[in-house]
Design a protein around this ligand. Structure first.
Ligand code: PAF
Length: 284
């Protein structure tokens, strides 16, 4: 496995691999890898000849009061994990390599409207602009055939698919299912911030999704009733503070009142100081 830090060097290496007829799978990450990331890499390795993983904590997608400075980083650990699942290239650029003129003064950004306004977009203004801008840059640098994203960031997947479609970007976007601990907690790099009690309290996210799923299985189709039941369950957990619970069309992310078509049930909850997200898609 090669670790590359420079854009031009990565472009050269990939150009040669493509000339030799290899397909390229790409897994963009912010590092501090966990089993969820590894599942993306394993799928990419199964489906493509070469797998490139980027590890870059992108300052552009963090708000001024968010956890950019303390976001966990460990390139040595991440590289070993990526190598263990057969990744061919890790791209780990410095901030200056990605944003030579500084990230706060970028003259060109990519903005997807509407889809970015609700859910995480409502409480993290500018977040998705940071994501779509860096993913666009990474797509231009890596030029992958297929890019793999985790379904845990369901809104991110919808926004990136929209961007790819709207801008005719020649990359197929694949969403890979959420990986959970055996007790239901969705894997996240931010789980390391949780104390023992918070880790226990964090189970309330997946429990609330299970409750929604039970209500749907019993025939409930009123989104307000399902949201209220989830709200009540989470409010009973003293360490949890709801950011949002959303029941939206799974494709357009438009609000849903009566559930008929597939819906995305997504939530963000603060457990202590750590903001966690989780979701499920109900296919109907
Ligand atoms: O999902 C993430 O880790 C990030 O948002 C991404 C896609 C790597 C862009 O920085």
């Amino acid at each position: 496995m090669r670790i590359v830090n420079k854009v031009d060097q990565l472009k050269d290496v990939i150009r040669q691999l493509k000339l030799a007829g290899n397909t390229v799978g790409f897994v963009p990450t912010m590092g501090y890898l966990h089993e969820g990331h590894l599942s993306l890499m394993r799928q990419a390795k199964q489906e493509q000849d070469i797998v490139v993983v980027s590890i870059f904590v992108n300052p552009l997608q963090f708000g001024p009061t968010e956890d950019f400075a303390v976001y966990p980083r460990d390139l040595a650990r991440d590289s070993a994990m990526a190598e263990s699942v057969g990744v061919d290239i890790v791209f780990a650029p410095e901030i200056e390599e990605m944003y030579p003129n500084g990230h706060s003064n970028l003259l060109t950004v990519v903005d997807v409207s509407e889809l970015t306004e609700g859910l995480c977009g409502a409480s993290r203004p500018g977040h998705f602009r940071g994501v779509t801008t860096v993913v666009n840059k990474l797509f231009n640098i890596v030029e992958p055939d297929v890019a793999y994203f985790g379904q845990k960031d369901a809104q991110q997947v919808a926004v990136i698919k929209q961007m790819v479609n709207d801008l005719n970007i020649n990359v197929k976007v694949v969403a890979v299912p959420i990986v959970r601990e055996s007790d239901g907690l969705a894997l996240s790099s931010r789980n390391v911030f949780l104390s023992k009690d918070e880790r226990q309290a964090a189970l309330i996210l997946s429990k609330s999704l299970k409750l929604a799923s039970t209500l749907l299985a019993e025939g409930e189709r009123n989104a307000d009733i399902i949201r209220s039941a989830m709200t009540k369950l989470i409010s009973d957990e003293p360490l949890a503070k709801i950011d949002y619970i959303a029941i939206n069309d799974a494709v357009t992310l438009a609000d849903v009142i009566n559930i008929e078509k597939p819906v995305l049930i997504a939530l963000a909850v603060k457990i202590g100081k750590t903001r966690l997200i989780d979701n499920m898609v109900w296919e109907g």
